[in-house]
Design a protein around this ligand. Structure first.
Ligand code: C5P
Length: 227
């Protein structure tokens, strides 16, 4: 069967990665969480004094960006890929509230996006890939055969994120998460470079009132229609 490229974009915490991972596993495709890459650059910036308070040392980040190596390695315990930053597993660290609250300004920098998009395009050269993010259908893989744009209400998304962090035993406040979700929505939609928007040929999925199972079924139907 011919392999295709699948782009899943949408707002933060709307279940994109769950559906993307499930589909990739089921059809034997590679799964790439592009948000994890922007989170890893953000963690690097925090740990290396580039993101200090509210200030970003863009000159230093520009110099360092070529030395930031991001890779994904399968975690045999979870069966899912963990994010590695310069060889170190940072999967847990990149999901912290600190990284979540600083990732949008980092991902708005043009040279950061250029570097990440170039890496993502290499990852998808052979097709057979499901990538989720904000600009996959518009910028990274504009020719993807299947494009999905996912959305859900901010409150539902904050609740899902809250439950996820709690389940992992991490500290979480619903109000803080809701505020973060709304702020990221705004910044991701209003940045100059590759703002979050639905590609014209993307299918819209509002999963506010869908269970994970219903959403999974819908996605498989779309995949089966075109393969
Ligand atoms: O998907 P996730 O919520 O982990 O992404 C974290 C952040 O990374 C987003 O809020 C957005 O600012 C940025 N991002 C992006 N482009 C992508 C994926 C994520 O700008 N393709």
């Amino acid at each position: 069967m011919k392999k295709i490229t699948i782009a899943i974009d949408g707002f933060s915490s709307c279940g994109k990665s769950t559906m993307a991972k499930d589909l990739a596993k089921e059809v034997g495709y590679i799964y790439i969480d592009s948000g994890a890459m922007y989170r890893a650059v953000t963690l690097y910036s925090i740990e290396n004094g580039i993101f200090n308070g509210n200030t970003i040392d863009t000159e230093k980040l520009k110099q360092d960006i070529k030395n930031i190596r991001i890779s994904f390695k399968l975690n045999p315990e979870t069966g899912r890929p963990d994010t590695h930053l310069n060889g170190v597993n940072v999967e847990s660290k990149i999901r912290s509230m600190e990284v979540s609250s600083k990732v949008s300004p980092i991902s708005a920098l043009d040279f950061v996006r250029e570097a990440m998009v170039a890496q993502q395009q290499v990852m998808g050269k052979e097709k057979g890939i499901v990538m989720d993010g904000r600009d996959i259908g518009t910028t990274v893989f504009p020719d993807a055969e299947l494009k999905i744009f996912v959305t859900a209400s901010p409150e539902i998304r904050a609740q899902r994120r809250y439950d996820e962090l709690k389940a992992k035993g991490q500290k979480a406040s619903f109000d803080e998460i809701l505020e973060n979700v709304k702020q990221r929505d705004y910044m991701d939609q209003h940045r100059e470079v590759s703002p979050l928007r639905k590609a014209e040929d993307a299918l819209l999925l509002d999963n506010t009132n869908l269970t994970i199972e219903q959403q999974k079924k819908w996605l498989f139907e779309q995949f089966n229609k075109i393969t």
